[in-house]
Design a protein around this ligand. Sequence first.
Ligand code: PFF
Length: 454
Amino acid sequence: MATESSKRGIWNTRIGFIFAAAGSAVGLGNIWRFPYVAGEGGGGAFLIIYLICIAFICVPYLFAELSLGRHHQRNPVGAIKAITGPSGWLAVGGLCIVAGLMILSYYSVVAGWAIGYVAKDVIAPNTPFEEFIASPGLVITLLAIFMGLTLYIVAGGVQQGIERWAKILMPLLFVLMLFVILRSVTLEGASEGIAFFLKPDFSEVGFETIMVALGQAFFSLSLGMGAMITYGSYLPKRENILSSGGYVAVFDTSIAILAGFMIFPAIFALGFSPDEGPALVFVILPEVFAQMYLGGLIGVIFFLLLSVGALTSSISLLEVVVSYFIDEKKWSRKKSVYTIGIIAFILAIPTALSQGAVGFLSDMSYIFGDDGLFGQNDFLGVLDFFFGSLFLAFGAFFISIFVGWVWGAHYAAEEIQQGSTFSGNLMKFWIFMLRYICPIFIIVVIIGMFLDII
Ligand code: PFF
C-alpha cells in the first residue's frame, strides 16, 4: 500500500475519506449560503427543490467525479489526459484548476470574517458588520490568518494533514452545531421558524428558484470543479465509492438542514425576517444572540463552527490546485502549497477590498448595470456568480458528458464496481441519469442563467 512518503497521497481509512470529503462539502455553503438562499427562496419550497436536485442530479454526478478520479489516481487534468491523451478535453480539467484557485480566493475572505467574528467582542466591539468588512487592515489580516491555516494543513499532506484534521474538525463542528440548535429551537416562538422551513409554499417559486437551488446543490457538495475527482484519486481501489459517496451526500445535506434548524427558529422567535440575503448570518444572528441567555458564548461557538467548516472546505479547494502541480509539473507538495497559497492570497485582496474599502470594487454597476448579476454588484458577488455558480455548472456539464460519453459510462461503472456491488437496474438507472438527465438539466439551467443576465 502506498504511504505518505510515496509520491502520491492515499486515504488511510475509509472514515478518514468520508470525513475529509464531507469536510470539503460542509462549509460556508451550508451554514452561511444555504440559510439565506433558502430564506429568499421561500423556505420549505426551496428545501424540497434542493433535495430533488441533490438526489437526482448531484448524487449520480458525484459518483462520476469519484470514479474518474480513482480510475487513474490523478488530479482533474491528469485524469482526463490519462483517458484521451492530449485533447481539447484537457481544457475542462484546466477549468477546474482555475475555478479552484478563484473560489479559494473569495471563499477565504468570507472565512476570514467568520474568524474575526469569533473574537469580535475583543478586536472590534460595537463595530457594525458593514464597517467591519470595509476595514482593509482588519479583513486582510483575517484573510492572511485563514489562508495560513489552510496552507499549514494542506502542506501536511493527505494523511497527516487533511485526513488527520478532518477527523478532529468535523466532529467538533457537529457538536458545536447541536449546541446552537438546542438553544435556537427552545426559544419562545421558535415554532414559526420551524414551520417556515418545513411547510412548503410554492406560490413564490419560479425558474430562478430552481436555478439557485441547483447552483447551491453543486456548490454545497463541492461538485463541478474537480474537488471530488481529486479526493477520489486518493481512494484505494478496495473502497466502496457508492456508500462512501452516499454518506458524504447525506452528511452534507443533513448539515444544511440542521443549519436551517439553527437559524430560522431563532430569526422568527426574535422577530427578524428570513430574507436578509448574504448578511443574514453576520448581521441578524449576532443580534439574535445578543437577545439570548448565554448569547455571547453561543455567538462565539457559532462563528467558531463557521470557521471550522470553512477550513475543511478551503483545504479541498487548495488541494485541487496543489495536486495538479504535484502530478503534472512534478513540484514538491511544499513548493506547490506555498506558491499557490501566495497567489491565492494576492488574488483575494481585491475581494477583501470590495465591501466598501475601495469604491470601484464595491459597486461595479459601471459594468453590470444597476441590477448587477443576480442582484450582486460587488467584486465578491461577481466572482461568486462566475466561479461559484457559472463555472461549476459548466464544469459539471462537461464532466458529465466526458464521463458519460467520452470515457464511457460503462467504464466508469466498472470502476465503481471495484469495491462495491453495482449492477442490474441500479447501474442502468445511474448510466441513464449520467448520460441524459444530468447534462440536459444542467444545460437548461445554464441557458436560463444567461437569459436572466441579458
Ligand atoms: N462545498 C463548500 C461549501 O459548501 O462551503 C464549498 C466548496 C468547496 C465548493 C470545494 C467547491 C469546492 F470544490
